[in-house]
Design a protein around this ligand. Structure first.
Ligand code: 3SL
Length: 245
């Protein structure tokens, strides 16, 4: 296995060369997708475009669907919910199709959708992602951070580092054997520095600060916790994620 980390969708090569590609948006899209599937959503459909989301979701009965939309951290008017994982309760999600569009996270997923295997990762499901990688051992693994509007995001990079470090630990191999680009070395170094204070790191992150201004401290706490949900979102068809069996 060789890991290549890309900090943003914009920095990800156009020509897909990954056997397995992983999108990360710790704050908060992939944390929300993991939580929605854990809470019983049947599937999550991702869109970068709100109009397309509304149009496509019309094909599902209103009582069977939920629309989630976020721009700039806030809920999009007219949607059932925004992008907080804390809203994804079993009562709300059970048996529903979730249609979601967010500022950056859904774009990261779209960027890698042509890969043979597409996963969504966050700190909360790091363990489930690592289990999959250790079992399947794909040759080239790309990890794409959502970032924020084209810029680097600390929280996505630290999660990439947490995944690579854990794979090295599980396989008992050196990091050198797993590293495919310099960004991967940086991601692991970031994780090694902050692994015992991930919430502290999220307080330094520009998007963490943005969410704190929007009174989302509980979201930061939730999203900074490692390995709490044993759920792996995997793409079943282009743009649709389901719980890996
Ligand atoms: O950028 C995104 O896709 C979102 O996850 C941003 S937010 O955390 O919902 O503000």
């Amino acid at each position: 296995m060789k890991f290549s980390v890309f900090h943003t969708p914009e920095l990800t090569p156009i020509q897909n060369a990954a056997d397995c590609a992983i999108a990360i948006d710790v704050l908060r899209a992939t944390s929300t997708i993991v939580t929605a599937l854990s809470a019983g959503a049947d599937a999550v459909h991702v869109f970068s475009d709100m109009e397309k989301l509304v149009h496509e979701s019309e094909s599902v009965l209103p009582e069977k669907r939920l629309r989630a939309g976020e721009r700039g951290g806030s809920k999009v008017a007219g949607c059932d919910l925004g992008n907080s994982p804390l809203d994804c309760t079993p009562e709300l999600m059970g048996g529903k199709q979730l249609f979601i569009s967010t500022t950056n996270g859904t774009r990261a997923l779209q960027k890698i959708q042509a890969s043979p295997s597409v996963l969504a990762a966050a700190l909360i499901n790091r363990h489930a992602v690592v289990d999959y990688l250790v079992e399947h051992q794909p040759e080239a693994v790309w990890i794409v951070g959502a970032g924020w509007e084209g810029s680097f995001a600390l929280e996505d990079t630290v999660c990439a580092g947490a995944i690579v470090q854990s794979v090295a630990d599980r396989l008992g191999c050196s990091l050198e054997e797993l590293v495919g680009n310099d960004e991967t070395v940086g991601a692991v170094a970031l994780y090694q520095r902050w692994q015992d204070d991930l919430l502290g790191l999220l307080h330094h992150a520009s998007h963490g600060k943005r969410l704190l201004r929007l009174h989302c401290l509980e979201d930061l706490k939730y999203c900074s916790t490692l390995d709490t949900l044993n759920v792996l979102p995997i793409q079943s068809e282009i743009g649709t994620l389901v719980k890996h069996a």
